[in-house]
Design a protein around this ligand. Sequence first.
Ligand code: 6PG
Length: 253
Amino acid sequence: MNPELRIFHDLGKLSRHAVNLFIEQSTRSIIERDRFLVALNGGSTPTRLFQLLATDFRDKVEWNKIHVFWGDERCVPPDDAGSSYGQAKDLLLSRVPIPDSNIHRIHGEREPAEASRDYSLTLKGFASPPLHVPRFDLVYLGMGEDGHTASLFPGSPVNVFEPAMPVTAYYQDRPANRVTLTQLVFNSARMVVFMATGERKAITLAEVLSGRYNPELYPAQRIDPKDGELIWLVDEGAAGKLPRKSRRKICEG
Ligand code: 6PG
């Protein structure tokens, strides 16, 4: 794993940088392949990114060429407060001129195994031969305090053959059904961008980036695109336990 680390003063600057990556990657992908395949994350960290894309940067994106997917979903109806699709719809997708047919959500209201099978088929429909999965142009991921990413949790089953799988997760003492894409898909992407903020993630982030490979404990370490870029955007809080020399440079956004 050879990730690039970019540290920002706060979530605002980090999110602005994440927006710039969206704009650069979408512009390049549309020129080269006439479409842009992006996978979004859930959780609180991407909300500022979604708001910026829907407002200040709305006109910098060719929305009719954008195809939106999700790295994972909580198994709740789309209008539930916990739905990652619902969050992205409220903050971003309902505010930009993206065709409905370009929004490929995971059907969290269905039974998890069924939702996962359906989503595997959706993903296969965008496969990039010779792969039987898509090569996402950009994947955004978050990281939990326990080192999970998407819904690849410590102790979750590992599936490297299917694009998506159902997972029963126990995070912050709450059992939850989820559907997640697998490392097979994440590691086929052209660019993966992690976003992590806050001191509470600092110890885990230091472990994940330490070079000591322990993916059963820190599933975020499973993300290592074979033929793509891996970029970590973190704030000063999350960076607090990284070696001093890697914390010297603060990016402006
Ligand atoms: C989710 C994501 C999950 C998330 C991390 C970080 O929907 O919850 O799949 O992997 O990205 O838990 O969440 P925060 O951004 O809220 O810290």
